[in-house]
Design a protein around this ligand. Structure first.
Ligand SMILES: [Fe+2]
Length: 397
Protein backbone atom coordinates (compact mmCIF):
# COMPACT_ATOMS: atom_id res chain seq x y z
CA UNK A 1 0.00 0.00 0.00
CA UNK A 2 1.26 3.46 -0.85
CA UNK A 3 0.34 6.27 1.51
CA UNK A 4 -1.33 9.24 -0.17
CA UNK A 5 -1.47 12.77 1.25
CA UNK A 6 -5.22 12.53 1.84
CA UNK A 7 -7.84 10.10 3.16
CA UNK A 8 -9.34 9.01 -0.16
CA UNK A 9 -9.09 5.51 -1.58
CA UNK A 10 -7.91 6.33 -5.08
CA UNK A 11 -8.27 3.77 -7.82
CA UNK A 12 -5.07 2.39 -9.30
CA UNK A 13 -4.19 4.11 -12.59
CA UNK A 14 -0.85 2.57 -13.57
CA UNK A 15 1.67 4.77 -15.31
CA UNK A 16 3.23 3.64 -18.56
CA UNK A 17 6.10 6.12 -18.57
CA UNK A 18 8.04 8.40 -16.23
CA UNK A 19 11.23 10.31 -16.90
CA UNK A 20 13.30 13.03 -15.33
CA UNK A 21 13.91 15.54 -18.08
CA UNK A 22 15.34 19.04 -17.74
CA UNK A 23 14.61 19.07 -14.04
CA UNK A 24 10.92 18.07 -14.44
CA UNK A 25 9.30 14.67 -13.80
CA UNK A 26 7.12 13.88 -16.81
CA UNK A 27 4.65 11.03 -16.30
CA UNK A 28 2.16 9.44 -18.70
CA UNK A 29 -0.78 7.03 -18.63
CA UNK A 30 -1.90 4.56 -21.27
CA UNK A 31 -4.67 6.87 -22.53
CA UNK A 32 -2.01 9.37 -23.58
CA UNK A 33 -2.42 11.88 -20.75
CA UNK A 34 0.90 13.44 -19.74
CA UNK A 35 1.51 15.40 -16.56
CA UNK A 36 4.58 17.41 -15.56
CA UNK A 37 5.56 17.50 -11.90
CA UNK A 38 8.04 19.71 -10.10
CA UNK A 39 10.46 17.58 -8.05
CA UNK A 40 9.97 19.63 -4.89
CA UNK A 41 6.18 19.27 -5.09
CA UNK A 42 6.63 15.50 -5.29
CA UNK A 43 9.03 15.65 -2.34
CA UNK A 44 6.62 17.65 -0.20
CA UNK A 45 3.70 15.30 -0.94
CA UNK A 46 5.61 12.05 -0.32
CA UNK A 47 8.75 12.27 1.81
CA UNK A 48 7.33 15.27 3.63
CA UNK A 49 3.98 13.76 4.63
CA UNK A 50 3.26 12.85 8.25
CA UNK A 51 1.46 9.49 8.02
CA UNK A 52 -1.15 10.10 10.75
CA UNK A 53 -2.31 13.57 9.73
CA UNK A 54 -1.42 13.25 6.03
CA UNK A 55 -0.21 16.84 6.25
CA UNK A 56 3.05 18.28 5.01
CA UNK A 57 5.89 18.65 7.50
CA UNK A 58 8.63 20.37 5.48
CA UNK A 59 9.02 24.07 6.12
CA UNK A 60 9.91 25.55 2.70
CA UNK A 61 13.33 26.74 3.89
CA UNK A 62 14.27 23.10 4.58
CA UNK A 63 13.39 21.65 1.19
CA UNK A 64 16.25 19.96 -0.69
CA UNK A 65 17.62 21.19 -3.99
CA UNK A 66 15.64 19.91 -6.96
CA UNK A 67 18.93 18.54 -8.33
CA UNK A 68 18.91 16.07 -5.42
CA UNK A 69 16.37 14.08 -7.41
CA UNK A 70 18.58 11.56 -9.22
CA UNK A 71 16.02 9.69 -11.33
CA UNK A 72 12.37 8.82 -12.04
CA UNK A 73 10.83 5.65 -13.44
CA UNK A 74 7.84 3.31 -13.30
CA UNK A 75 7.63 0.30 -10.96
CA UNK A 76 6.39 -3.06 -12.24
CA UNK A 77 2.86 -2.31 -11.02
CA UNK A 78 2.70 1.19 -12.50
CA UNK A 79 3.65 3.44 -9.57
CA UNK A 80 6.01 6.37 -9.93
CA UNK A 81 9.48 5.58 -8.55
CA UNK A 82 11.76 8.40 -7.40
CA UNK A 83 15.31 8.23 -6.15
CA UNK A 84 16.63 11.09 -4.04
CA UNK A 85 20.29 11.48 -3.13
CA UNK A 86 19.70 11.45 0.64
CA UNK A 87 16.44 9.48 0.99
CA UNK A 88 15.27 5.90 0.56
CA UNK A 89 13.58 5.27 -2.80
CA UNK A 90 10.01 6.64 -2.94
CA UNK A 91 6.92 5.18 -4.63
CA UNK A 92 4.07 7.52 -5.56
CA UNK A 93 0.47 6.33 -5.97
CA UNK A 94 -0.40 6.69 -9.67
CA UNK A 95 -4.15 7.05 -8.93
CA UNK A 96 -3.47 9.96 -6.63
CA UNK A 97 -1.29 11.55 -9.32
CA UNK A 98 -4.06 10.95 -11.85
CA UNK A 99 -6.71 12.72 -9.76
CA UNK A 100 -4.44 15.77 -9.60
CA UNK A 101 -3.80 15.61 -13.36
CA UNK A 102 -7.57 15.39 -13.94
CA UNK A 103 -8.31 18.38 -11.68
CA UNK A 104 -10.34 16.21 -9.31
CA UNK A 105 -8.64 17.90 -6.35
CA UNK A 106 -10.06 21.33 -7.18
CA UNK A 107 -12.76 22.79 -4.91
CA UNK A 108 -15.67 22.45 -7.34
CA UNK A 109 -14.70 19.02 -8.70
CA UNK A 110 -17.00 17.18 -6.28
CA UNK A 111 -19.60 19.86 -5.63
CA UNK A 112 -20.26 20.83 -9.25
CA UNK A 113 -20.68 24.18 -10.95
CA UNK A 114 -23.84 26.28 -10.36
CA UNK A 115 -26.61 25.52 -12.86
CA UNK A 116 -28.85 28.53 -13.52
CA UNK A 117 -32.61 27.88 -13.57
CA UNK A 118 -35.88 29.60 -14.32
CA UNK A 119 -39.44 28.30 -13.96
CA UNK A 120 -39.23 27.28 -17.64
CA UNK A 121 -36.46 24.80 -16.78
CA UNK A 122 -37.55 23.91 -13.22
CA UNK A 123 -41.24 24.14 -12.45
CA UNK A 124 -41.06 23.08 -8.80
CA UNK A 125 -38.47 22.70 -6.09
CA UNK A 126 -36.31 19.57 -6.47
CA UNK A 127 -37.60 17.30 -3.71
CA UNK A 128 -35.97 14.45 -1.80
CA UNK A 129 -37.03 11.86 0.76
CA UNK A 130 -36.82 13.58 4.13
CA UNK A 131 -37.72 10.41 6.03
CA UNK A 132 -34.43 8.81 4.88
CA UNK A 133 -31.99 11.72 5.11
CA UNK A 134 -30.63 10.86 8.55
CA UNK A 135 -29.84 7.24 7.72
CA UNK A 136 -29.16 7.10 4.00
CA UNK A 137 -26.04 8.78 2.68
CA UNK A 138 -27.30 8.57 -0.91
CA UNK A 139 -30.31 10.75 -0.05
CA UNK A 140 -28.14 13.22 1.81
CA UNK A 141 -25.68 13.34 -1.09
CA UNK A 142 -28.39 13.94 -3.69
CA UNK A 143 -29.97 16.72 -1.62
CA UNK A 144 -26.65 18.46 -0.91
CA UNK A 145 -25.67 18.18 -4.57
CA UNK A 146 -28.91 19.94 -5.50
CA UNK A 147 -28.09 22.72 -3.04
CA UNK A 148 -24.66 23.15 -4.64
CA UNK A 149 -25.72 23.19 -8.29
CA UNK A 150 -29.33 24.46 -8.33
CA UNK A 151 -28.95 26.38 -5.08
CA UNK A 152 -32.11 24.84 -3.63
CA UNK A 153 -33.53 21.49 -2.54
CA UNK A 154 -36.51 20.38 -0.47
CA UNK A 155 -36.83 17.43 1.88
CA UNK A 156 -40.42 16.23 2.13
CA UNK A 157 -41.76 13.77 4.67
CA UNK A 158 -39.57 14.82 7.59
CA UNK A 159 -40.97 14.49 11.11
CA UNK A 160 -42.61 17.78 12.09
CA UNK A 161 -40.76 17.99 15.39
CA UNK A 162 -38.99 20.88 17.08
CA UNK A 163 -35.68 18.98 17.18
CA UNK A 164 -35.56 17.84 13.55
CA UNK A 165 -33.83 20.94 12.19
CA UNK A 166 -30.89 20.45 14.53
CA UNK A 167 -30.68 16.73 13.73
CA UNK A 168 -30.49 17.37 10.00
CA UNK A 169 -27.95 20.16 10.50
CA UNK A 170 -25.78 17.74 12.48
CA UNK A 171 -25.66 15.50 9.37
CA UNK A 172 -24.14 18.40 7.42
CA UNK A 173 -21.83 20.41 9.63
CA UNK A 174 -21.55 23.17 12.22
CA UNK A 175 -24.44 25.60 12.39
CA UNK A 176 -23.48 29.20 11.81
CA UNK A 177 -25.02 31.17 14.60
CA UNK A 178 -26.37 34.69 14.35
CA UNK A 179 -28.14 37.20 16.56
CA UNK A 180 -31.16 34.89 16.16
CA UNK A 181 -29.24 32.01 17.80
CA UNK A 182 -28.24 28.65 16.35
CA UNK A 183 -31.53 27.00 15.40
CA UNK A 184 -34.02 29.84 15.24
CA UNK A 185 -37.80 30.02 15.00
CA UNK A 186 -39.78 31.90 12.36
CA UNK A 187 -43.25 32.60 13.68
CA UNK A 188 -45.55 35.57 14.09
CA UNK A 189 -45.08 36.73 17.67
CA UNK A 190 -46.35 39.68 19.72
CA UNK A 191 -42.90 41.26 20.21
CA UNK A 192 -41.06 40.43 16.98
CA UNK A 193 -37.29 40.89 16.70
CA UNK A 194 -37.40 40.72 12.92
CA UNK A 195 -39.88 41.30 10.10
CA UNK A 196 -39.65 37.54 9.58
CA UNK A 197 -41.46 37.05 12.89
CA UNK A 198 -44.60 38.89 11.83
CA UNK A 199 -47.42 37.98 9.46
CA UNK A 200 -46.24 40.60 6.99
CA UNK A 201 -45.30 39.69 3.43
CA UNK A 202 -41.60 39.41 2.77
CA UNK A 203 -40.43 40.50 -0.66
CA UNK A 204 -37.73 38.55 -2.42
CA UNK A 205 -34.58 38.83 -0.36
CA UNK A 206 -31.44 37.25 1.06
CA UNK A 207 -30.71 37.08 4.78
CA UNK A 208 -28.10 38.99 6.76
CA UNK A 209 -26.58 41.41 4.21
CA UNK A 210 -25.36 43.15 7.36
CA UNK A 211 -22.43 40.70 7.48
CA UNK A 212 -19.05 40.84 5.74
CA UNK A 213 -19.83 37.30 4.59
CA UNK A 214 -23.56 36.53 4.77
CA UNK A 215 -24.46 32.93 5.64
CA UNK A 216 -23.91 30.53 2.75
CA UNK A 217 -26.92 28.23 3.15
CA UNK A 218 -30.21 28.65 4.94
CA UNK A 219 -32.60 25.91 6.04
CA UNK A 220 -36.25 26.23 6.99
CA UNK A 221 -38.22 23.32 8.45
CA UNK A 222 -41.99 23.58 8.70
CA UNK A 223 -43.23 22.28 12.05
CA UNK A 224 -46.77 23.59 11.72
CA UNK A 225 -48.76 25.45 9.09
CA UNK A 226 -52.49 25.99 9.47
CA UNK A 227 -52.68 29.55 8.12
CA UNK A 228 -54.02 30.54 4.75
CA UNK A 229 -51.54 32.52 2.71
CA UNK A 230 -47.88 32.62 3.65
CA UNK A 231 -46.87 30.89 0.41
CA UNK A 232 -43.12 30.56 -0.01
CA UNK A 233 -41.28 31.96 -3.04
CA UNK A 234 -37.86 31.16 -4.50
CA UNK A 235 -35.99 32.66 -7.46
CA UNK A 236 -32.52 31.91 -8.77
CA UNK A 237 -30.38 35.01 -8.31
CA UNK A 238 -28.11 33.87 -11.12
CA UNK A 239 -31.04 34.04 -13.56
CA UNK A 240 -32.27 37.33 -12.11
CA UNK A 241 -28.82 38.88 -12.46
CA UNK A 242 -28.50 37.57 -16.03
CA UNK A 243 -31.88 39.07 -16.94
CA UNK A 244 -30.89 42.44 -15.49
CA UNK A 245 -27.50 42.34 -17.24
CA UNK A 246 -29.01 41.47 -20.62
CA UNK A 247 -32.21 43.54 -20.61
CA UNK A 248 -31.92 46.28 -17.97
CA UNK A 249 -28.43 47.67 -18.43
CA UNK A 250 -28.89 50.90 -16.49
CA UNK A 251 -30.40 49.10 -13.52
CA UNK A 252 -27.66 46.47 -13.67
CA UNK A 253 -24.95 49.15 -13.65
CA UNK A 254 -26.42 50.76 -10.55
CA UNK A 255 -27.17 47.50 -8.72
CA UNK A 256 -23.60 46.26 -9.16
CA UNK A 257 -21.84 49.51 -8.19
CA UNK A 258 -23.99 51.80 -6.05
CA UNK A 259 -23.43 50.89 -2.43
CA UNK A 260 -25.66 50.88 0.64
CA UNK A 261 -25.03 50.61 4.34
CA UNK A 262 -26.82 47.62 5.85
CA UNK A 263 -27.41 47.47 9.61
CA UNK A 264 -29.53 45.24 11.78
CA UNK A 265 -31.70 46.99 14.33
CA UNK A 266 -31.31 44.50 17.15
CA UNK A 267 -31.46 45.82 20.70
CA UNK A 268 -28.40 43.86 21.76
CA UNK A 269 -26.50 43.66 18.46
CA UNK A 270 -25.16 46.06 15.84
CA UNK A 271 -23.95 44.31 12.68
CA UNK A 272 -23.07 46.54 9.72
CA UNK A 273 -21.63 46.19 6.26
CA UNK A 274 -21.43 48.23 3.08
CA UNK A 275 -21.94 46.85 -0.39
CA UNK A 276 -23.96 46.90 -3.59
CA UNK A 277 -27.23 44.97 -3.95
CA UNK A 278 -25.51 42.68 -6.46
CA UNK A 279 -21.97 41.79 -5.44
CA UNK A 280 -20.73 39.87 -8.48
CA UNK A 281 -17.87 38.30 -6.54
CA UNK A 282 -14.95 37.05 -8.55
CA UNK A 283 -13.18 33.90 -9.67
CA UNK A 284 -12.64 32.85 -6.05
CA UNK A 285 -15.69 34.39 -4.41
CA UNK A 286 -19.30 33.69 -5.32
CA UNK A 287 -22.13 36.01 -6.24
CA UNK A 288 -23.60 37.61 -3.13
CA UNK A 289 -26.97 39.34 -3.28
CA UNK A 290 -27.54 41.90 -0.53
CA UNK A 291 -31.26 42.33 -0.94
CA UNK A 292 -33.05 42.79 2.35
CA UNK A 293 -34.80 46.13 2.64
CA UNK A 294 -35.69 45.79 6.36
CA UNK A 295 -32.00 46.21 7.22
CA UNK A 296 -30.92 48.58 4.42
CA UNK A 297 -30.01 51.70 6.39
CA UNK A 298 -28.63 54.45 4.14
CA UNK A 299 -27.18 55.13 0.70
CA UNK A 300 -23.39 55.11 0.52
CA UNK A 301 -23.15 56.84 -2.83
CA UNK A 302 -23.31 60.40 -4.18
CA UNK A 303 -26.73 62.02 -3.95
CA UNK A 304 -26.68 62.27 -7.76
CA UNK A 305 -26.79 58.45 -7.97
CA UNK A 306 -29.57 57.89 -5.49
CA UNK A 307 -32.61 58.24 -7.76
CA UNK A 308 -31.10 55.83 -10.27
CA UNK A 309 -30.39 53.47 -7.38
CA UNK A 310 -34.05 53.52 -6.33
CA UNK A 311 -35.14 53.05 -9.94
CA UNK A 312 -32.75 50.10 -10.19
CA UNK A 313 -34.10 48.47 -7.02
CA UNK A 314 -37.64 48.79 -8.40
CA UNK A 315 -36.52 46.96 -11.53
CA UNK A 316 -34.70 44.35 -9.43
CA UNK A 317 -37.88 43.75 -7.44
CA UNK A 318 -40.00 43.39 -10.57
CA UNK A 319 -37.63 40.80 -12.06
CA UNK A 320 -37.21 38.94 -8.76
CA UNK A 321 -41.02 38.61 -8.44
CA UNK A 322 -41.61 37.74 -12.11
CA UNK A 323 -43.28 34.30 -12.40
CA UNK A 324 -40.74 33.45 -15.09
CA UNK A 325 -38.15 33.32 -12.31
CA UNK A 326 -40.12 32.64 -9.13
CA UNK A 327 -41.35 29.28 -7.85
CA UNK A 328 -44.27 29.59 -5.45
CA UNK A 329 -45.04 26.71 -3.12
CA UNK A 330 -46.78 26.00 0.17
CA UNK A 331 -44.86 24.77 3.18
CA UNK A 332 -46.29 21.45 4.35
CA UNK A 333 -45.56 20.31 7.89
CA UNK A 334 -42.49 18.10 7.52
CA UNK A 335 -41.01 20.05 4.60
CA UNK A 336 -37.44 21.23 5.04
CA UNK A 337 -36.18 23.59 2.34
CA UNK A 338 -32.50 24.38 2.01
CA UNK A 339 -31.15 27.11 -0.25
CA UNK A 340 -28.04 29.12 -1.03
CA UNK A 341 -28.69 32.28 0.94
CA UNK A 342 -26.24 34.38 -1.09
CA UNK A 343 -27.67 33.30 -4.45
CA UNK A 344 -31.34 32.36 -4.07
CA UNK A 345 -33.92 35.07 -3.43
CA UNK A 346 -36.64 33.95 -1.06
CA UNK A 347 -39.79 35.50 0.30
CA UNK A 348 -43.34 34.77 1.41
CA UNK A 349 -46.85 36.07 1.08
CA UNK A 350 -48.56 37.71 4.03
CA UNK A 351 -50.70 35.51 6.27
CA UNK A 352 -53.27 36.04 9.00
CA UNK A 353 -51.54 35.01 12.20
CA UNK A 354 -54.82 35.13 14.12
CA UNK A 355 -56.45 32.41 12.00
CA UNK A 356 -53.91 29.62 12.45
CA UNK A 357 -50.26 28.99 13.18
CA UNK A 358 -47.22 28.99 10.89
CA UNK A 359 -44.09 27.83 12.65
CA UNK A 360 -40.73 27.22 11.00
CA UNK A 361 -37.45 26.16 12.56
CA UNK A 362 -34.33 27.28 10.71
CA UNK A 363 -30.59 27.63 10.75
CA UNK A 364 -27.62 28.70 8.66
CA UNK A 365 -24.61 26.63 7.59
CA UNK A 366 -21.72 28.19 5.72
CA UNK A 367 -20.81 27.18 2.19
CA UNK A 368 -17.47 25.69 3.29
CA UNK A 369 -19.01 23.24 5.72
CA UNK A 370 -21.72 21.96 3.38
CA UNK A 371 -19.22 21.64 0.52
CA UNK A 372 -16.89 19.72 2.83
CA UNK A 373 -19.65 17.27 3.76
CA UNK A 374 -20.52 16.62 0.12
CA UNK A 375 -16.85 16.09 -0.78
CA UNK A 376 -16.49 13.51 1.99
CA UNK A 377 -19.65 11.73 0.79
CA UNK A 378 -18.22 11.67 -2.74
CA UNK A 379 -14.64 10.82 -1.73
CA UNK A 380 -13.26 7.87 -3.69
CA UNK A 381 -13.82 4.73 -1.65
CA UNK A 382 -16.18 6.42 0.84
CA UNK A 383 -18.19 3.97 2.93
CA UNK A 384 -21.93 4.20 2.32
CA UNK A 385 -24.75 3.94 4.81
CA UNK A 386 -27.98 2.19 3.85
CA UNK A 387 -27.76 2.14 0.04
CA UNK A 388 -31.02 2.94 -1.64
CA UNK A 389 -32.34 2.71 -5.16
CA UNK A 390 -31.72 5.83 -7.26
CA UNK A 391 -35.43 6.38 -7.78
CA UNK A 392 -36.08 6.78 -4.08
CA UNK A 393 -33.56 9.60 -3.70
CA UNK A 394 -35.43 12.22 -5.63
CA UNK A 395 -39.19 12.42 -5.35
CA UNK A 396 -39.86 15.03 -8.03
CA UNK A 397 -37.93 17.32 -10.31
FE1 LIG B 1 -35.34 35.42 5.05
Amino acid sequence: MILTPDFADHGWHPLVRAELTEGIVRIAWSDGLEFDCHPLWLYEQTVGIEPRTREGTIEPGRLPDPEDLLGAGVTGDGALALSWSAEPDVRVHPGWLRHIADGAHLPTAATGEPAEWTTATMADLPTFDGSAVLDDDAVLEAWLASLCTLGVGRLRGCPATEEWMGEVAARIGPIRGSNFGGVFTVESIVEPDSTANTGLALGQHTDLPTRETPPGFQFLHCVENTVSGGLSRMADGLAVVAELRDHHRDAYASLTTDEWVFANRAIDGDHRWVGPIIDLGGPRSPLTLRAFYPVRLAPHMPLANQQRAYDAMRTFSQVAHDPRFMITSAFQPGDLVGFDNRRILHGRDAFDATAGRRRLRGCYIDHDDLYSRLRVLRRPGAARSAPTSPTSRRITT
